[in-house]
Design a protein around this ligand. Sequence first.
Ligand SMILES: N[C@@H](CCC(=O)N[C@@H](CS)C(=O)NCC(=O)O)C(=O)O
Length: 224
Amino acid sequence: MRLLQFSTSHYCRKVRLALGYKGISYEVENLTPGAHRFKLNPLVGLTTVPVLLPQSPEAPVAVGDSTEILRFLEVYYPEPSWAFGEPQGDRRAWLLEDWLDESIGTATRFLYYDFRAKEGQSVNPSWFAQTLVKVVRFQYDMSPARVDLARQRLDFALRELGEVWQGSPYLVGDRLSVADITAAGLLSPLALIPQYRQDYPWLFERIGQIHRHCQEPLPPGLTL
Ligand SMILES: N[C@@H](CCC(=O)N[C@@H](CS)C(=O)NCC(=O)O)C(=O)O
């Protein structure tokens, strides 16, 4: 199995957590931003990473989009399962997965790149890294007003997630699910932003626990 990724992408981290949870061995191929679309588009008709190449005769050649990859893994690699075996738990977990994926992952990206362009320049001050930050901010139209909206959305999300995660290790029911895996992957870039570290210590505790459960190295900013 091969994972086409950007090493720094939080959507790719989400899929690596899922692969780790399932105990699947795989190799990664780090694509070059810009050139990536020429490789991905013919494979899946999308231009975003992650894309999984299962390299198995029974499976599709390529699966694009992190949500589809998680669904694929549960069908083709059912054990260990993250399903609840009852529709209510599964529905709730996938609903949270979709919200986190479509809304909160994007908001996190806005806050992260805003930080990298300002106080966080020291994370990687190289010309290449700073150019990449500028390109991403332009690509996603990260105007101050849109960054503010993303911040509000994220604050709301963290209040909601905190209601559950501060009292239980799991967002749904009594086991790790696609909701926890998705939240841990997509919120992990916040570990580099001091304000979030200070305001939401419980978040980084959970992110660390889920990474350990899935045997994925901790994200930048978190240490053992
Ligand atoms: N909903 C998609 C989002 C993936 C995504 O936004 N990937 C970004 C990297 S974090 C990407 O590939 N961007 C490059 C581009 O849009 O060309 C998923 O879950 O896979």
